[in-house]
Design a protein around this ligand. Structure first.
Ligand code: NAP
Ligand code: ZN
Length: 347
């Protein structure tokens, strides 16, 4: 296997945890027969980038080039030049042989999926993500972005989109189902659109009433502020499915109380500290608590095609490379509507 590296790429790199980003140059690997070279145009900022770059989950590999919401254009395939719009999400390799890989759920690969950044590839080299001009990726881990999606607004679909589409589908959000989306940030605002497009009755649970009008414009049927205790009593026993997209710890028992019998609380938000809950919150209504991790490549393509067909589009604020540190601070203050996307031409 060729491990030679000779494709320079400007990147935004965090030298250590919580350090400011620096513009540096890395070398991407030469193309192997099944690789494609992508000129990255836009890269979304996921809250996971912040958890990682601040090393809140531990095990961070520095220097770190975050970014797993990558939208760009293929410029070479195994040496041949072509041009089509593509996306790369949260992982770039898996064993391809275990039961989960064979089932199209590479995120659960038993050998350990190779994440797009903050990971080691199977040769032991650190991976560097999408805050970068170029990336070399195995073609099997690249999805096609439908023509009617704009590249900038499409980029957040590669993580925020699939992370919400996949559990909504898995837990059967659809006609006749009452679905609550907790937290209206990058993931939450896309989740509202997907759940609505799937035909569910959608309720948004946000801390304040500030985002109500926009939630309704994204397709929400109802909206409540979780800062008001009456929300929890008024909605007791209401939902079939609650999708928790919040980046911080919540009072899990209070959310479980809003599930009907057999309802499920699915966590995709990934706070560093452990959540606490009482088993009685589950026992009393045969309720379930679950989690979900992004989605496989096949389902990511399905999600993009669904978004294109149903007009699901992240609402974004495009920023320059020199605004990323400030953007992180704004995400932490929930001062983002609803996803920052880096214009990679400014690197
Ligand atoms: P985000 O844009 O920052 O949105 C998070 C939302 O959570 C905020 O907009 C806010 O919503 C709510 N929130 C924040 N702090 C809160 C607090 N202290 N108490 C209550 N609510 C709070 O983040 P994101 O990019 O959507 O990511 C959300 C989480 O999902 C992160 O933990 C991320 O790492 C995780 N994630 C997981 C996966 C996966 O595969 N499982 C994939 C991607 C991301 P309101 O203002 O509406 O209250
Ligand atoms: Zn993400």
């Amino acid at each position: 296997m060729c491990n030679h590296k000779s494709i320079p790429s400007r990147v935004l790199s965090a030298p250590s945890a919580k350090a400011k980003f620096e513009l540096t140059t890395i070398e991407r690997r030469d193309l192997r027969p099944n690789d494609v070279l992508i000129d990255i145009k836009f890269s979304g900022i996921c809250h996971s980038d912040i958890h990682s770059a601040y090393d809140e989950w531990g095990g961070g590999i520095f220097p770190m080039v975050p970014g797993h919401e990558i939208a760009g254009v293929v410029t070479a395939v195994g040496g041949d030049v072509t041009k089509f719009a593509v996306g790369v999400g949260c992982f770039v390799d898996s064993c391809g042989e275990c039961e989960y890989c064979l089932n199209g759920e590479e995120q659960f690969c038993t050998k350990g999926v190779v994440q797009t950044y903050n990971s080691l590839d199977y040769d032991g080299n650190p991976t560097y993500g999408g805050y970068s001009q170029k990336i070399v990726v195995k073609e099997d881990f690249v999805v096609r972005i439908p023509d009617n999606l704009d590249l900038d607004a499409a980029s957040p679909l590669l993580c925020a989109g699939i992370t919400t589409y996949s559990p909504l589908k898995h837990w059967n959000a659809g006609p006749g189902k009452k679905v609550a989306i907790v937290g209206m940030g990058g993931l939450g605002h896309v989740a509202i659109q997907f759940a609505h497009a799937m035909g569910a009755e959608v309720t948004v649970l946000s801390r304040s009433l500030n985002k109500k009008e926009e939630a309704l414009s994204f397709g929400a049927d109802h909206y409540f502020a979780t800062s008001d205790p009456a929300t929890f009593t008024g909605l007791a026993g209401r939902f079939d499915l609650i999708l928790n997209t919040v980046s911080a710890n919540l009072d899990i028992n209070a959310y479980l109380s809003m599930l009907r019998v057999d309802g499920t609380l699915v966590n995709v938000g990934a706070p560093a500290e452990q959540d606490q809950y009482s088993v009685f919150s589950l026992i009393m209504g045969r309720r379930s608590i679950a989690g979900s991790l992004v989605g496989g490549i096949r389902e990511t393509q399905e999600m993009l095609d669904f978004a294109a067909e149903h007009g699901v589009a992240p609402k974004i604020e495009v920023i320059r490379a020199d605004q990323v540190d400030e953007a992180y601070e704004r995400v932490l203050r929930s001062d983002v509507r609803y996803r920052f996307v880096i214009d990679i031409s400014t690197l």
